[in-house]
Design a protein around this ligand. Sequence first.
Ligand SMILES: C[S@@+](CC[C@H](N)C(=O)[O-])C[C@H]1O[C@@H](n2cnc3c(N)ncnc32)[C@H](O)[C@@H]1O
Length: 391
Amino acid sequence: MAEVELPPLTPQQKEVSDLFVDRIRVAIKRDGGMSFSEYMQRSLYEPGLGYYVNGFSKLGKNGDFITAPEISEHFAVCLANQCTQVFDAIGKADILEFGGGSGRLAADLLKTLLQKNSLPLSYQILEVSPELQQEQRQLIECELPADVCSKVVWLNRLPEKFNGVVLANEVLDAFAVERFRIVDGQPERIMVGASDNSFYSYPAADDQIKETVSAIERDCDRAFAEGYESEYCALVAPWWQSLARCIESGAVIICDYGSDRRQYYAPNKPTGTLRCFFRHTLHSDPFARAAVQDITADVDFTSVAVAATEAGLELQGYSPLSEFMLSLDVLDHHKQKLQALDKREQLAATGQLKRVILSQEMGDRFMVIGFSKGIDAPLKGFSRADWSRLL
Ligand SMILES: C[S@@+](CC[C@H](N)C(=O)[O-])C[C@H]1O[C@@H](n2cnc3c(N)ncnc32)[C@H](O)[C@@H]1O
C-alpha cells in the first residue's frame, strides 16, 4: 500500500492516542516486546482509550467507515426476508446482533419486520462500545414505536439459551489477528517493539506460530515464500465455541470483507490483508494514529466454516453479498420502492443499491456465510449462489 498523508489529529484525539502509546510503551519495556495480536486487541479495546471505547465518532461522514446498512435499507430488508424464513421454520424467535454500529441495521430490520407482521420476540444487541450503545438506543427510540423499542435489549455477554437469528456485519474483521513473517524459510511471530518515538515490528522465532502456519500452508498446498507476511485470527474458534453452546435452534449470518483460505493466502498478497482507516483514509501503518484509528483484517472464511461446524452448526452457504441480496428479493423491494419516488430520488436510490451490490467496493469482495441448527430447509439467502466448495 502506498504511503499516504493522514488527516491531522484533533487535540482530544492526540491526548487519547498519547496516553495509549505511553501505556503500551511501559508494557513493552516491562515484557521485552508485545505480540501484534495483543497490540491490536489493546488498540481497539483498551478500557477508556481503545478505538471502540474512546468515545470518538466512528461511523458515517465524520467517522472512519460506512457499512452496507448505512448506505441504504436494502441490506436490512434482505436480512429481514431471511429472518422471516427462519421464524417460519422454528416459530417466534429472537434476533441477536453483534456490533450494532449506529443502530441503523437494527432500526431498518425492525421496521421491515413490523411491516411484515413478523417481529421477533426480542432484538438483542451485543455491543462493546458504550458510546455506540447510546447512539443505537437514540436512533431506535427516534424511529420506532414504543412497543417495538421495548423489544430491543443490550447485552454484555451471550444469553444462556438462544433460538432465532444471529447477525454479525463487519464485526469479525475487528477480531485481533496474530501476524507472521517467513524468515530463513520458517514462520516467525511478528512482535511489537518500542523505540524513543515510535513502535516498530520485528519477527521472533516461536514454535506455536510454526505449527499454525504450517497447517495453513498444508491447506493451501504451497509453502510461503521468503519474506511473506500475513496474519491469522486465533479468536474465531473460541468465539464459535461459546456462540454454538447457547444456540438451541436458528441461523447465524456473518457478513464481512474476506475470502476462502487459498485466496486469503495467495502469493499476490505478500503482506497480508491488515488495513487501517483514519477518517476514511486507508493506509497500512497500525502504529500511526494509535488507538484512534480502526485496524482491521479480512476474514478467512475457511477458518470460520471449520470453527462453526466443529462447534456443531451446519454450514448453509457462502456467497458474495450481491448474490445473497438477489436471492433475498432485493430487486422486488427496489422496484416497489421506486414507485413512491420522484425521478431524482429514484436515481439516488438506484445509486445506493448499485453501491451495495455492484461495486468492486462491496458486492463481490464482501462475503456472506450462513449456518443453521435445527432447521431443515436450506436458507433462502444462498439459493442463487453457494460457493461453499471453495472453503
Ligand atoms: C464496523 S462496525 C459495524 C457496525 C454494524 N454492524 C454495521 O454494519 O453498520 C463494528 C461494530 O462491531 C462492534 N464491535 C467491535 N468489536 C466487537 C466485538 N468483539 N464484539 C461485539 N461487537 C464488537 C463495534 O463497536 C461496532 O458496533
